[in-house]
Design a protein around this ligand. Structure first.
Ligand SMILES: Cc1cc2nc3c(=O)[nH]c(=O)nc-3n(C[C@H](O)[C@H](O)[C@H](O)COP(=O)(O)OP(=O)(O)OC[C@H]3O[C@@H](n4cnc5c(N)ncnc54)[C@H](O)[C@@H]3O)c2cc1C
Length: 414
């Protein structure tokens, strides 16, 4: 077993949002198998009821776990391609007899690693969705890069950048709610700070989440805090706003224009939190079976499609749902969800357990389901994703049946 990590330490992606507090508690963030390994090295899990920040999750769990795994984890090793040895994706002949070849880029140059199986757990953090309402950069978005970020601002390190400014926040998931809350706090302390919230949907509707009905209390509380911030008048909303263009005015401020001609003027900074997408470019030579809408494995996609489920009703899933036509190649973790805005690390731990069991030949363990996920308390009916009006029509999942699991509307972020 070899883990190839592009960054220079474990949890390199999480470290880039180390200032954000997770809505999951420690008890939901530690994989059972990892805990067994760590315990042997004298590690003790932090208090289960508290929610760490991204930085704490890295320092107190991910880094110690990599230490325990020792030289089976290589840092500074970026995977840039995966292929069947000597066969591109169209060649059938002799395919089943060849191992997989992983193309790796390191500071020392190029390398090839031969493998029986490849588990791609590279996440989606590196490919955030753009501001453009059609999924491509808006006209002028790239030219305005100095005023646009695609992550929750760190208001300790970057306070001066946002204090006293007019800030547009685009998105309606938990990352967007987190940004609204911290920017509203800044607005209370720094006169002149104004926030405009850009929403594609026609009404705020259930964007604040399930509140007290959410089984992750911190996630529910976040929505309630964001709601209060809007009600307190720190934030104005622009609903039905699908950004088409970003123009720079003579005074340096930005004007955002939507596809239907609405304009938001005098914007100093833009915070884009519109979700993520998988980078599939380096998997071009293996045979994947991905849903055309979500870019998630086809058997998994219908279970997590936000167009169908507002709350995400997910049947227990593992290796069977994650399998592709290319034997031994799997996407797990955040990347397995493609563009679906519903992922919890607990799901990823269970996926990895099942996939590894299958690779090891233990099909009974691979087929077993060992996952219970917390519900969001949001269940607004089918087909409401990004709809002009969000109405609660009694829920899309009903009462979960035996063996059915429910996970949140929450996007990948809090
Ligand atoms: C702000 C924020 C808050 C969140 N809060 C929660 C929460 O409270 N609870 C929860 O369960 N989930 C939360 N999530 C989701 C969380 O990110 C995932 O649960 C978890 O980090 C996903 O793990 P992953 O391994 O799939 O992807 P990542 O954590 O993104 O890890 C992928 C790793 O792969 C590396 N990598 C990328 N490309 C390559 C390559 N080509 N070659 C080699 N290495 C590569 C990256 O450097 C990175 O270290 C949050 C996400 C965000 C952004």
């Amino acid at each position: 077993m070899l883990v190839l990590e592009a960054g220079d330490h474990a949890g390199a992606a999480v470290s880039q949002w180390n200032h954000v507090r997770l809505f999951s508690q420690w008890s939901e963030l530690v994989d059972p198998a990892a805990e067994r390994l760590l315990s042997r090295a004298g590690w003790v899990r932090p208090d289960g009821d508290t929610c760490p920040s991204g930085g704490e999750w890295v320092e107190s769990y991910l880094r110690p776990l990599a230490d325990v795994l020792g030289d089976r984890v290589r840092f500074g090793a970026r995977v840039v391609g995966v292929a069947r040895r000597g066969r591109d994706r169209i060649v059938d002949a002799g395919r089943e007899d060849e191992p997989l070849t992983v193309h790796v880029r390191t500071a020392a140059g190029e390398e090839r690693v031969t493998a029986r199986a490849v588990i791609d757990a590279s996440g989606t953090w590196g490919s955030p969705n753009p501001l453009g309402g059609d999924g491509l950069p808006a006209v002028g978005e790239k030219a305005a890069a100095d005023k646009i970020v695609y992550r929750v601002p760190d208001l300790v390190a970057e306070r001066a950048r946002y204090a006293g400014k007019r800030i547009a926040v685009a998105g309606s998931g938990h990352s967007a709610l987190t940004a609204l809350v911290v920017l509203a706090e800044l607005a209370e302390q720094e006169p002149g700070t104004r926030i405009v919230w850009l929403l594609r949907r026609g009404a705020v509707g259930n964007a604040f989440g399930g509140g007290e009905a959410d089984q992750l209390p911190a996630r529910g509380a976040l929505g309630l805090r964001a709601k209060k911030a809007v009600e307190a008048g720190h934030i104005t909303t622009a609903t039905g706003f699908r950004t088409a263009a970003v123009d720079r005015a003579a005074d340096g401020s930005l004007t955002l224009e939507s596809f239907d001609g609405h304009r938001v003027e005098g914007v100093d900074e833009v915070v884009v939190l519109t979700g993520f997408r998988p980078d599939l470019s380096w998997l071009s030579e293996v045979r994947l079976e991905l849903d055309p809408v979500l870019q998630a494995p086809t058997k998994l996609a219908p279970l997590i499609d936000p167009n169908v489920h507002s709350c995400g009703t997910v049947y227990p899933h593992g290796e069977t749902e994650l399998r592709h036509p290319e034997p031994g190649v799997y996407l797990v973790g955040m990347k397995s969800y493609g563009r679906a805005p519903t992922f919890l690390s607990l799901t990823g731990y269970e996926q990895a357990r099942s996939v590894v069991a299958a690779i090891a030949g233990d099909h009974e363990a691979a087929g077993r389901v060992e996952l219970v996920l917390p519900e969001t308390g949001v269940c607004g009916g089918a087909g409401v994703f990004d709809a002009p009006e969000v109405e609660n029509e009694g829920g899309c999942c009903g009462s979960p049946e035996q063996g059915e699991l429910t996970i949140g509307l929450a996007p990948s972020a809090r």
